[in-house]
Design a protein around this ligand. Structure first.
Ligand SMILES: Nc1ncnc2c1ncn2[C@@H]1O[C@H](COP(=O)(O)OP(=O)(O)O)[C@@H](O)[C@H]1O
Ligand SMILES: [Mg+2]
Length: 416
């Protein structure tokens, strides 16, 4: 298609009827040649406009990997202008360690096959990495011979960065949680020891023992300062405000879009309530991101994920108003034996790819907001699914005490 836009002798594979070259077009009797040529010219113009205005880089190259067209989005994403790139090898934007990719891509194209949503890294003019999702199709000439490749590259650098940040925050959230728990647990005995040392110092006669006790006091003061600081830092980073879960869901969908698309997963959102809850925004985001991430992991091939946000009432003795966020997937499901363990820290079935902290963090965040997390799942082959839902009360009244509503000791014991 690019070929026509750029007036080079290439045309797209015959699967694009609009721009198919027609060497065998009827010359007499059927459609007049002029009309056909006119239609072709209009199609070419339209195509050129699409290529020019596309947000994705659209590039074509011949079978030697030499660039034959380069659109404005390619200029923007890779920093090289059209003049700089036409006639140059495409390896200009391929990092040295990935140059083998190019040979494999060309081999695939030569077999007449397409490559879809291939995630890889390219470099821009400044030598900085650009994460891209590539779709590449063979380009044929009038006789159907493959003469080159047309490539659409989408810049997914930002998306990747956010994905990685979410994973990192999952770890950080867990570490923060542990640190604050430890600091809190240390605080009380520390106070007791400080008082005891003070008493011992008072009771002992002036001399060596007293000097030692004074030195111990100084060291203890350092530890006390550290724990106090840890707790106040945690309190500062976890203050609450009005949060709209629906908005967070929509926002996160763009983050997970490429990971889902690559697996052929369709994500649907049904935001049936726009009620705001009083919560720690980063934590609500963390919970929803963990659930979506788990749902994507659970689906091996094509499948569906539905995310619902509904107004709800929950609470054991006295139901309170709130919002329920449900993430349902058509994945492999969770076997009954594993269901009671998934909320434990470090429980994972993903080997090196998982931290086993996601659901633990989700549960402690839900508990802290006086909410609840529930899980239902079915592992019947062919119709397995999982639905995890989190309830947040409208007013969660989170107390920023740095204490956990859950029992960290018992949780940690279970994990060991
Ligand atoms: N939607 C889901 N479908 C199937 N299994 C799930 C789902 N969500 C969680 N699990 C199971 O629970 C385990 C723990 O999840 P999590 O705490 O998020 O840790 P991680 O994702 O790092 O493994 C996963 O390894 C997986 O076995
Ligand atoms: Mg997880």
């Amino acid at each position: 298609m690019i070929a026509i836009a750029k007036n080079t002798p290439l045309s797209m594979p015959s699967s694009s009827p609009e721009i198919e070259s027609t060497p065998d077009a009827p010359t007499g009797g059927g459609r007049p040649v002029e009309a056909l040529l006119h239609a072709q010219a209009i199609a070419a113009q339209r195509l050129a406009a699409i290529v020019e205005s596309s947000e994705d880089a659209i590039v074509s190259k011949d079978l030697n990997g030499i660039v034959t067209s380069w659109n404005p989005a390619a200029e923007r994403i890779f920093g090289f202008t059209e003049q700089e790139m036409i006639g140059r090898p495409i390896t200009t934007i391929i990092p040295p360690e990935l140059r083998d990719d190019e040979a494999r891509i060309l081999a695939t194209i030569q077999r007449g096959e397409r490559i879809e949503h291939f995630e890889t890294v390219r470099t821009n003019k400044n030598g900085e990495p650009v994460e891209v999702s590539l779709s590449i199709s063979p380009v044929k000439d009038e006789t159907g011979r493959i003469v080159g490749a047309a490539k659409i590259a989408r810049d997914i650098t930002q998306q990747k960065r956010t994905e990685q940040m979410l994973l990192a925050t999952e770890r950080l959230a867990a570490v923060g949680r542990l640190t604050a728990t430890v600091a809190h647990e240390i605080n009380n005995p520390l106070e007791a020891v400080t008082n005891l040392i003070y008493l011992a110092k008072m009771a002992s006669p002036p001399g060596e023992a007293r000097t030692f006790l004074s030195a111990a006091e100084v060291q203890l003061a350092t530890v006390a300062h550290l724990t106090r600081q840890t707790l106040s830092f945690y309190r500062e980073t976890t203050s609450t405000r009005a949060v709209g879960p629906g908005e967070i869901v929509s926002d996160l969908l763009s983050v997970f879009a490429s990971r889902a698309r690559n697996k052929g997963i369709e994500i649907r959102q049904r935001i049936l309530s726009d009620a705001a809850i009083n919560a720690v925004p980063g934590e609500v985001r963390q919970v929803i991101a963990n659930l979506i991430s788990n749902a994507i992991d659970a689906i091996p091939g094509p499948g569906r994920i539905e995310i619902r946000v509904t107004a709800a009432r929950d609470g054991k003795s006295k139901p309170v108003r709130g919002v329920r966020i449900t993430v349902a997937d058509t994945g492999v499901g969770i076997p009954a034996a594993a269901r009671s363990h998934v909320f434990e820290p470090f429980f994972t079935t993903k080997r090196d790819a998982g931290t086993g902290l996601g659901l633990w963090v989700c549960k402690s965040i839900a508990d802290k907001h006086r909410g609840a997390i529930r899980l239902r799942s079915n592992t019947t082959p062919g119709k397995s699914w999982t639905a995890v839902s989190v309830f947040f009360p409208v007013n969660s009244l989170v107390e920023n005490t740095g204490e956990w509503q859950m029992r960290p000791e018992s949780e940690l014991k279970k994990a060991s």
